[in-house]
Design a binder for this molecule. Structure first.
Ligand code: SAH
Length: 259
């Protein structure tokens, strides 16, 4: 074990899954790490950049095990840095979009540890890019809301009715993370402020060979997700920009891709 006092921690975004979507900075950080802690949603392929001597710690729900408690992860990170290790905490997508990256940084800083952060491509961006459609468009969407469908226990969560009214008024695209398990509740709320014909898309495993997607409408969203058996990890996009994905899917290239 390295006993020098120059331990460091870098929180690194591993992107949505495709290892080619790593940033050069992420590759550098991974290559120089002596300890790497990684989440479930991080593709193991990114470890090809790691040193063969690096200690790799999976802290997700691998093999049906319980996810590692957050407090334990925080403790591991702090101890490793204090032992002088070059620690990389690899998180799926961008470390500061959901996934509790902010909480980890708070705990490290409270222990007097400075944390560097390397951005990653968040899955909400990758999902739409893989459908060939933008999230903003001068005609259809003036902005984007990244929102979680999964509230912290005890938190009442997002007011979907209010959000739908705001999205309709301000022409905003909604990009919903962790929304599959509460989809009925989410769709019910959104339908009170947005028309049922509002285009919607669901992308499971965005950017990975296992990617699956469905293009539908808000009114049909629940039915489509159930019928197509789409599951987590998925991004749900609601808004007129999804029309672009529909138009693209209708082109001859899409038929070739599906063949
Ligand atoms: N920090 C991550 C999000 C972590 S929250 C990011 O920036 O992407 C976990 C949720 O992210 C999942 O439930 C799912 O909604 C979404 N997600 C992560 N990877 C995904 C992928 N490859 N395809 C679709 N959704 C994904």
């Amino acid at each position: 074990m390295n006993t020098s006092s120059t331990g460091r921690c870098t929180l690194v975004g591993a992107g949505p899954g495709d290892p080619e979507l790593l940033t050069l900075k992420a590759v550098k950080a991974i290559a120089s790490a002596t300890v790497i802690l990684l989440d479930d949603l991080v593709n193991d392929a990114v470890l090809a950049h790691a040193s063969p001597t690096a200690r790799i710690v999976h802290v997700g729900k691998r093999g049906g095990c319980q996810s590692t408690p957050q407090a334990f992860i925080d403790k591991l990170l702090i101890c490793a840095v204090q032992e002088g290790e070059q620690v990389v905490r690899l998180k799926g997508g961008d470390p500061f979009i959901f996934g509790r990256g902010g909480e980890e940084v708070d705990h490290l800083r409270a222990a007097g540890i400075d944390v560097q952060v390397v951005n990653g491509i968040t899955s909400g961006l990758a999902a739409m890019a893989n459908l060939g459609a933008p999230l903003t468009h001068r005609e259809h969407a003036h902005g984007v809301v990244f929102v979680t469908g999964h509230a912290k226990p005890g938190d009442s969560g997002t007011d979907w009715v209010q959000l739908a009214h705001t999205a309709a008024q301000a022409k905003l695209t909604l990009v919903i993370y962790m929304g599959v398990s509460s989809l009925e509740h989410i769709a019910q709320g959104l339908l009170q402020g947005l028309p049922a014909h509002t285009p919607a898309a669901v992308v499971q495993n965005a950017s990975l060979p296992a990617q699956r997607e469905a293009l539908t409408t808000l009114g049909e969203l629940v039915h489509t997700v159930q019928g197509e058996q789409l599951q987590s990890p998925s991004i749900i996009v609601v808004g007129d920009v999804v029309q672009g994905a529909r138009a693209w899917a209708a082109q001859p290239h899409a038929a070739q891709k599906a063949a």
